[in-house]
Design a protein around this ligand. Sequence first.
Ligand code: NAD
Ligand code: DAU
Length: 353
Amino acid sequence: MTILVTGGAGFIGSNFVLDWLDKSDEQVINLDKLTYAGNLQNLASLAGDARHVFVQGDIGDTALVAGLLAQYQPRAVVNFAAESHVDRSILGPGEFIQTNIVGTFNLLEAVRAFWSTLDAAPKAAFRLLHVSTDEVYGSLSKTEPAFTETHRYEPNSPYSASKAASDHLVRAYHHTYGLPVLTTNCSNNYGPFHFPEKLIPLMIINAQAGKPLPVYGDGQQIRDWLYVKDHCSAIRRVLEAGRVGEVYNVGGWNEKPNLDIVHIVCALLDELKPRADGKPYKDQITYVTDRPGHDRRYAINARKIEQELGWKPAETFESGIRKTVQWYLDHPDWVANVQSGGYRDWVAKQYGH
Ligand code: NAD
Ligand code: DAU
């Protein structure tokens, strides 16, 4: 048996591929365009492993995807491929429309064409799992209940709007054509291989480099954090037992203001790699201009996946964040490698230094 994973060289995708092959021998075809966010170094431990076939390419390339589906006959497609960074979507939304909307549409077309030719048994067993985000639901006030799967879509950034559009397309392909789809909407992930444009790895790396720790606005925006391996286990579980056409919210029941996250990271670094001058890393915190249209709070109600599919996160935030900080301390080569020229250009554009 085989599955096709898209975006499997990115943060969550590579964790998923590694986790999948750790737990089963089912072959993974990994289609990834290798944008700035794709990194084959994440998959270095699979070198020479015949269970992993890497293909560089675009989900929007219908002919390429059709060829892969015909050649490998996967029983499932798991779609991680996307432009994923909100700040980049604000500075340049074009790629988000192209990959997240047009790319998903082209992928759906190729998958539909393949699926419609299958014999009855593989056709019934086939699944397309679309990996999406809690950001499609918009922003909550402090007192509003957490997002359920029926919460109205109210995306506020070009990124979340493009993900919302992709979710709608996936839904429509089920309702119109009967394509057996599943959608997961997950909260903020953190863990190994997280690209350092995102809050947690940026703070870990800037802190050690003696650079400012840029907190947007008042730092009181709330996110719900989930260790990436727990997201991977949720996706595996939904693929295994999720009801076709259904949406499953995935989250860690772990809401925290950004400033608390930064303080926790600083305290762990104080313990694991103290500053040479003995001062606390939190002294490096700097308040910077807020993100335009910044969503104030996300919170996920994960009851459906817990009750229906028996999924639960294995990590607490305390255990997951400690593992994460330790992982970055243990992998200076990975960090140096991603801090390429392209990454430096982004930091200069976003933070102005
Ligand atoms: P990422 O930016 O780290 O990785 C995205 C991957 O997709 C990269 O390897 C990139 O090369 C690849 N890619 C981009 N465009 C492509 C294209 N046109 N064709 C093929 N490959 C392409 O993203 P991530 O954080 O790993 O997120 C993965 C998915 O999970 C995304 O769909 C994102 O919306 C969703 N998600 C992310 C989070 C999070 O906290 N990071 C939370 C919920 C959902
Ligand atoms: O909620 C799920 C989403 O989580 C995913 O869909 C996105 O792909 C993923 O990038 C993430 O989006 P966020 O915008 O929440 O993540 P980010 O790490 O960019 O920012 C987290 C919070 O920290 C957010 O409120 C903005 C703030 N922030 C971020 C950066 C990079 C700062 O205060 N300073 C920073 O330098």
